[in-house]
Design a protein around this ligand. Structure first.
Ligand code: AMP
Length: 218
């Protein structure tokens, strides 16, 4: 793919978007823009915008489009995104966000949308067993905990369950994905931008497949 890279990773919560986007971004020097991480950062710092977003996030609801759009537009206007490029993780999640993204990136729009497809029973297990570091955000699971007493191996902060990884919030988030976000798959397919890959295989094998896709894309 020619610079600037303009990639969107789409998929259910727990499909592995975050880890795959981090790896891809690190290997190509791209900006990894995770709207969930940006929002969690704002909640942690306690900004006005974070306080507004927190209620929606804890319930598993989407934060209103106008709130999220301003943040993404500002971030995409930074020199690293304009010159080298980006991979978007968790955005767009609604048709209104996808349309706005097209307008921001007019006339070309995004170059590649990767749909990381993982069966619902697999993501349900991943989300309910997931634990995250409160310091650096590193992901663990109850099957692969940190080496010492739920303390992060990398930064020694506490490792906890996300407030929106409770059974109620998980089922709400997956229902919203099916209803509001999954129509984007057909939308990007029609534009000839979408490639679907199975995301439930070995992490490194999936990462290699993604790297090849990006290499081959226009
Ligand atoms: P994630 O870590 O991507 O699962 O995002 C966590 C939460 O942040 C979501 O459940 C939403 O409440 C909120 N969020 C993240 N990205 C978006 C978005 N593009 N639009 C609306 N809300 C979002």
């Amino acid at each position: 793919m020619n610079r600037p890279y303009r990639i969107v990773m789409i998929g259910k919560q727990g499909a592995g978007k975050g880890t795959q986007c981090s790896k891809l971004a690190a290997s190509l020097g791209l900006a990894h823009i995770s709207t969930g991480d940006i929002l969690r950062g704002a909640v942690k710092v306690g900004t006005e915008f974070g306080l507004l977003a927190n209620d929606y996030m804890e319930r598993g609801d989407l934060v209103p489009d106008d709130v999220i759009l301003g943040i993404v537009e500002d971030r995409l206007d930074q020199p690293d995104c304009r010159d080298i490029g980006f991979v978007l993780d968790g955005f767009p999640r609604t048709l209104a966000q996808a349309t706005a993204l097209d307008e921001i990136l007019h006339p070309d729009g995004v170059k590649l949308v990767i749909n990381l497809d993982v069966p619902t029973d697999v993501v349900l297990d991943r989300l309910s067993s997931r634990r995250v570091c409160t310091g650096c955000g590193r992901t663990y699971s109850i099957y692969k905990p940190p080496s010492s007493n739920w303390t992060c191996d990398d930064c020694a902060h506490e490792v906890i369950q996300r407030a929106d990884d409770t059974p109620e919030a998980i089922s709400r988030r997956l229902a919203i994905y099916d209803e509001v976000t999954s129509p984007l798959i057909a939308w990007y397919q029609e534009k000839g931008k979408l490639v679907t890959i199975a995301g439930d295989g070995d992490f490194n094998a999936v990462a290699i497949e993604i790297a090849h896709l990006v290499e081959r894309a226009q």
